[in-house]
Design a protein around this ligand. Sequence first.
Ligand code: HCB
Length: 217
Amino acid sequence: MTNTEIFDKLTNAIVTQNIAGCAQLTQEALNAGIPPIDIITKGLSPGMKIVGDKFEAAEIFLPQIMMSGKAMSNAMEILNPELEKTKVEGEETGLAITFVAEGDIHDIGHRLVSTMLGANGFEILDLGVDVLNETVVEEAAKRKGQKIILVGSALMTTSMLGQKDLMDRLREENLRDSVKCMFGGAPVSRKWIDEIGADATAENAAEAAKVALDVMK
Ligand code: HCB
């Protein structure tokens, strides 16, 4: 099987909610020497995009998305240890405080971004999902003086709006200059980042790691 065929099969396993098949194919892809990040970006994530589009078009419903999400999460359990093996040792890059916005429980991309940042030398403080801005500000304030990047995810247009409030709170608490701020997730655009006065965004987890390293220089 060519790599392209493997990627297509992975995408299809996500779209058809084939949980066991997806895990098996992920292992086979690893055995074939395909880098874990390619398995994610070229195989699994395109499947999640199709699932989202089908949901929007009312072709599938929540139970199906949940099953596709489960297939992706199981595949990630196989891939995470491999991603962690690529960890870059050396100079301390800084602390990444990662979280999903208030009201939002989509955690697949968030976990992936956290893993990739960890693999690129960041110390990770993962606050989880549905996190109040107040909590993020408190955690940043406790560590004032350290090299910190806030890494927020929002998958819904509604939860994304909270990122503006977070930026306002950081300014009010005189913390804006002490932290870098990167936000991502499907609705987040460069225009939004500029509008709220954040530092960066990224399309995917691999890019997030590169961008984070860049803004922390
Ligand atoms: Co959910 N959902 N969902 N959902 N869901 C979305 C997000 C919609 C876009 C689907 C649609 O309508 N097309 C939509 C949001 C619409 C909108 O607001 N514009 C939506 C909706 C509406 C909902 C509910 C409200 C549905 C309902 O109950 N009626 C509900 C909300 C629950 C809540 O949060 N309160 C809901 C629930 C669910 C689940 C539980 C069934 C499931 C989540 C399971 C889980 O995460 N444990 C789910 C899923 C899976 C999706 C879709 C299909 C896939 C999301 C995903 O995991 N993608 C999604 C459709 C879509 O996104 N197109 C749909 C794969 C990961 C790898 O990609 O984009 O999350 P990612 O992350 C990338 C990237 O964005 C970037 O790197 C990551 C890795 O490469 N990145 C960052 C992420 N964070 C970053 C931070 C940075 O600083 C930098 C980069």
